[in-house]
Ligand binder design. Sequence first.
Ligand code: CAA
Length: 240
Amino acid sequence: MSRVALVTGGTRGIGEAISAALKTAGRTVIATYIGNKTAAENFTAVHGIETIKFDASDYGQTIDAVRSITNRLGPIEILVNNAGITRDATITGMTRDMWEIVIDTNLGSCFNLCKATFDGMKNRQFGRIVNIGSINGQAGQYGQVNYAAAKSGIHGFTKALAQEGARFGITVNAIAPGYIDTDMVRAVPPDVLKKIVTRIPVGRLGKANDIARGVVFLTADEADFVTGSTISINGGQHMY
Ligand code: CAA
């Protein structure tokens, strides 16, 4: 039977490409979304992939959603923590709310989903977890103390959980995307984005598929010796 893969924020941007690539790799994919119902419906129409709506930053909702997916489709054996948002501002303009929502959504969701699925993976002696970090968690970024802290936290989280999973056939890895051509990056002020692109040695923004290919590699059954690692996919912008 094909393994069940859950992709948070899996209906748009990088998440959409990851969901589609995992389906092509033969997985039974379910993609989560929180607010954009139209995008989720379009996603299902285009890719034939089921979606589920819940707030991954909410612990109770996450536990309930994972239980219902498991009852219906079977245990989640592949987890991609991709859900992420930005609320960019320098610290002068950043409110406590902007801090909290980014930490809770980008990093808290990662805890919630891993907490809800890890023991099941342990019992079955198999699991593949991929956490989507960011170049900005590795290098920092002006105007993103919240996002950089959350993404940097994801990289530490990954290395800690990899140590806990290793004896049980569970791998935990991260991908650190650079600037990928998605709605999130298109929201960066054009003059700022132009300057950023000049610092990418490959000379262009990345494509969502560049990240999805990494996820397919890390979630393969055969990738059982790769754990605790971060793959940077950033066109050479930050060599880490
Ligand atoms: N380094 C140093 N100085 C910088 C700078 C930088 N990277 N960016 C801006 N500044 C300076 C500007 O030059 C300007 O100074 P002057 O007035 O002296 O010229 C000053 O800071 C104010 O800049 P803004 O006019 O842009 O200020 P703002 O308050 O309107 O906006 C901001 C600040 C919200 C941070 C805005 O600059 C911005 O959105 N920057 C982009 C942040 C970014 O890259 N986000 C990534 C989103 S995509 C993502 O996160 C995905 C991923 O994982 C890669």
